[in-house]
Design a binder for this molecule. Structure first.
Ligand code: 6PG
Length: 249
């Protein structure tokens, strides 16, 4: 089945379109009172967070929204590399979301493995079912096909029971925390945000199907009972064959 790929001119236009779709998802009628949104790190979603904090500041029902992180660098929350700081600066500082609704990954324990276990406990308190099922998960993708902090060749890719694992990026010494594939693959809806020419070749391989996807963690994100929408800018879409582009393009 053709992947749901939506292409926009640039990161700005893409961020605005994704913001609209995020709000539509969060405000859609649903049996549960609360909504659960899992946030992505990296630079691409910054525009999205800014648009949610400005144009949709008064549209989102913040008291019923709970925010989680898909991954985190193991640094203090005020560190320039912190995904929590990215979201605080671009979103949290500008909206009236109750503090108890914001669930950052802990990075203050001496042993990151303990922090991973602590975050799993946080998720278990929020999600009664055997696995957490987020209403919406935001993910980015690196030029090597990593997503969240699941990097090619990482032992965390093989994790099938823990919800949160420690991980290391190949290019940096820093430890990270990441949700594991079993958790990501139980999301109801996943938005991948992919921008930049440097990702075009890997994006084509990830979307092309199983044969070429062995080394790419983003290709292992295939929700069992959920949907993926790929939000892509023209630079990242430039290697996609017509068969993978939206019919209108
Ligand atoms: C992180 C992210 C990571 C990111 C990709 C894409 O902590 O860095 O979780 O998976 O989404 O590396 O990053 P950009 O959006 O900056 O290209």
């Amino acid at each position: 089945m053709r992947p749901d790929v939506r292409v926009y001119a640039d990161g700005d236009r893409l961020g605005r379109e994704v913001a609209r779709a995020v709000v539509e998802r969060l405000n859609a009628p649903a049996p549960a009172d609360i909504r659960t949104l899992c946030l992505a790190g990296g630079q691409t979603p910054r525009i999205l967070y800014r648009v949610l904090a400005t144009e949709y500041r008064d549209t989102i029902l913040w008291p019923r929204l709970h925010l989680f992180w898909g991954d985190e660098r193991y640094v203090p929350p005020d560190d320039a590399n912190s995904n929590y700081r990215l979201v605080r600066e671009s979103l949290l500082d500008h909206v009236r979301i109750p503090k108890e609704n914001v669930h950052p990954m802990p990075t203050d324990l001496p042993d990151p493995s303990d922090a991973a276990a602590a975050y799993e406990q946080t998720l278990r308190e929020r999600f009664p079912s055997p696995w957490p099922r987020f209403d919406l998960v935001l993910l980015g993708m690196g030029p090597d096909g990593h997503t969240a902090s699941l990097f090619p060749g990482s032992p965390a890719l093989a994790e099938r029971t823990r919800w949160v694992a420690t991980a290391r990026a190949i290019v940096e010494p820093r430890v990270r925390l990441t949700l594991t594939l079993p958790v990501l693959n139980r999301a109801s809806l996943i938005f991948f945000l992919v921008t930049g020419a440097e990702k075009a070749d890997v994006l084509r391989r990830v979307l092309a199907g199983p044969a070429e996807t062995a080394p790419y963690p983003a290709a292992a994100v295939r929700p069992e009972d959920g949907r993926i929408v790929w939000w892509v800018d023209e630079q990242a879409a430039r290697s996609l064959p017509r068969t993978l582009l939206p019919p209108t393009q």
